[in-house]
Ligand binder design. Structure first.
Ligand code: ATP
Length: 350
């Protein structure tokens, strides 16, 4: 089975080709052979880089308008090289249906529909946040992990129950990456701010900032206001960065541990672009180690937005017969992970 994936929820115009010799293994979450998949997934991405400020939806959509056709063309050329000559070059077209920026999603949806109809292959509508989870689950071979999605526009914990991924806890305001990016814009750094905070924190001394966890939910707005106030009061920015990392990641680690404890699960996967941060991974790994749980963080190219994870989940959906009619394939900027019927996991799983 060979699947084309298309991603473009915000900043990454990305297309991928996922190929598996064993589609039957994808039908079952428990019987599949875990595969690091790096050699089986081809990804071509073209990021949108704002000249100044954060991601501007209109500019991002303009970027998608030119970059999506280009990355799709490259991915399809790759698929054609691997094709043996019979039938269409891919067996299905998976695309990010949401959540994300509406103007960007509409371009991705249009591209996916046109390729699927041209090749006469099924369309697969993928929830971007569930894809962040499933790439970690697929790579790790974990059975039923809790997932911490720490991305730009989102921050939540997911756990599987009764046919859906339930939101166990989530941010009460902004996504974690967006919160960090707001602080870095305040101090005049270009987008994205997360990697710059990570680098600066290495030379910083911890500054105390508000720590806000309410049960399984958490909030970043107070921390960000306090961090901006510290910058305005001339506290060295590397010190604030060290305080931001320790505070925010401790909050995420606390709720991840609570989710493991409440669900009785001993498997944690990490998803999302903020997961590229080594300090966050270290804190989560240490917490899992202390409670005897397993932890998996995909490699960076599968953490940040990418079409590889869309193609991998699309393959599982196709194996489960979970295809999408073109006339029902509208995108949904507010598509929540708990709206998705998880058709690709065994019916007997709870
Ligand atoms: P979503 O998946 O919610 O749509 P997104 O489209 O914003 O999120 P991602 O690629 O998941 O994109 O994450 C991008 C975010 O990751 C940005 O906010 C960026 O600052 C942050 N980020 C990237 N690298 C790091 C890092 N090393 N440390 C902390 N944050 C990082």
């Amino acid at each position: 089975m060979r699947i084309l994936g298309i991603e473009g929820t915000a900043w990454a115009a990305s297309a991928a080709v996922f190929e598996t010799d064993d589609p039957d293994a994808l039908r079952s979450g428990t019987e599949r052979t875990p595969d690091p998949s790096a050699d089986h997934v081809f990804i071509e991405s073209d990021p949108y880089q704002p000249d100044s400020g954060g991601i501007h939806p209109r500019e991002a959509a303009e970027h998608m308008g030119t970059a999506v056709p280009e990355v799709v063309e490259t991915a399809l050329a790759h698929a054609a090289e691997r094709h043996d000559g019979d039938g269409p070059v891919v067996d299905g077209v998976a695309f990010s249906r949401g959540p994300g920026l509406g103007p960007c999603l509409r371009i991705v949806g249009t591209a996916a529909r046109s390729v699927a109809q041209t090749l006469d292959v099924p369309l697969l509508g993928v929830n971007h946040m569930v894809a962040h989870l499933e790439i970690g689950r697929y790579q790790s071979g974990f059975d039923s992990p809790v997932c911490l999605n720490a991305s730009g526009a989102n921050a939540h914990l997911l756990g599987y129950h009764n046919g859906r991924y339930r939101v166990l806890g989530e941010t009460m305001d902004t996504g974690v990456g967006n919160a960090i990016d707001k602080f870095t814009r305040h101090v005049g750094w270009t987008h994205p701010g997360g990697p710059k905070v990570e680098a600066a924190a290495e030379d910083g001394d911890y500054v105390e900032l508000p720590y806000v966890v309410k049960g399984m939910d958490f909030s970043f707005s107070g921390i960000m206001s306090a961090a901006k106030d510290e910058a305005d009061a001339d506290t060295p920015v590397p010190d604030i960065c060290a305080g931001l990392q320790e505070t925010i990641f401790a909050m995420l680690t606390e709720v991840a541990e609570r989710a493991l404890s409440l669900t009785g699960t001993d498997e944690l996967v990490l998803g999302g672009g903020v997961g590229q941060n080594a300090r966050l991974r270290e804190m989560l790994a240490e917490m899992c180690d202390q409670r005897g749980a397993k932890f998996h963080a995909p490699e960076p190219r599968f953490l940040r937005d990418n079409a590889g994870m869309i193609a991998v989940l699309g393959a599982r959906m196709l194996a489960a017969g979970d295809t999408l009619a073109v006339e029902e394939s509208t995108v949904d900027p507010n598509f929540r992970p708990d709206q998705v019927d998880v058709t690709w996991r065994g019916a007997d799983e709870s």
